[in-house]
Design a protein around this ligand. Structure first.
Ligand code: URA
Length: 244
């Protein structure tokens, strides 16, 4: 039988961004924290951290945020940066403000450029993050690409060869698959995540990417009903799809 971990309530809620331990103690003193509909006044007590805790514990009458180990699927809109500290609009601004104070921190799983939209994962699970971005896993990322000039028919072979060298790099790209949709639109599936990779691949083919959108990561697709700027938490089964 696996032992359920326990944690002091003030430590748990502080790690989830509800404030410092003193802030959490203050919340409790004024009756704002409850578990199984019973008010908690002493936050120095340990509590079993079971997966159902968010449905049993409430702060200010609202269910507790997800416990650590969460995976967020965001439909990244254009114009937002995947960074914790750059100026301008950041993808983290879309999530609840409290989540910026979580420990372990919520981070993007790899990055999309400011002018790329589509499927972006964020997680506070460092092991999972590394498993997804590890080049050894060869997880396929599929992008819908709009181009400035018509494809000339040589691109699929160029990308599939596995010997394309990008400007300024010393290792060729792994083979990538191109599905042509029209003269100026294609789906490109790559297994690496090099800097500006897709834009640079088309630049190497003498073209220019005018719009870039990530549709899939492994076997996980961006849901059609998830509008730009919207996000959802992934279930275990949905997380498993990434590795299929
Ligand atoms: N390739 C790019 O050029 N940009 C992205 O955002 C993702 C892949």
């Amino acid at each position: 039988m696996t032992k359920v971990p326990t944690c002091r309530i003030d430590k748990l809620l502080a790690s989830m961004g509800y404030g410092s331990r003193n802030d959490v103690a203050r919340l409790a003193r004024t009756g704002r924290i409850s578990c199984d509909a019973v008010k908690i006044f002493d936050v120095t007590k340990r509590i079993p951290v079971t997966p159902d805790l968010p449905t049993r514990m409430q702060v200010d009458g609202t269910a507790l945020d997800p416990l650590s180990g969460m995976v967020i699927l965001l439909h990244k809109p254009l114009g937002m940066t995947c960074s914790h500290k750059e100026d301008g609009a950041l993808v983290y601004d879309i999530l609840p403000d409290r989540w910026k104070r979580r420990n372990p921190a919520v981070s993007t799983v790899g990055r999309l450029d400011k002018q790329t939209s589509g499927l972006l994962l964020l997680t506070d699970d460092g092991d999972l993050l590394h498993r997804i971005i590890s080049p050894k896993r060869h997880i396929k990322k599929t992008y819908r690409v709009q181009l400035a000039r018509p494809l000339d028919g040589t691109e699929a072979d160029l990308f599939a060869a596995g010997d394309l060298m990008l400007h300024g790099e010393d290792k060729p790209l792994a083979a990538a698959a191109l599905d042509v949709i029209s003269d100026t639109e294609a789906l490109l599936s790559v297994t690496e995540g090099r800097y500006h990779q897709v834009r640079r691949m088309f630049a190497a083919a003498g073209n220019h990417v005018t719009a870039l959108h990530r549709e899939r990561l492994g076997g996980l697709s961006l849901p059609e009903d998830l509008a730009p700027g919207q996000w959802t938490l992934l279930s275990h089964d949905e997380i498993a799809l990434i590795f299929q």
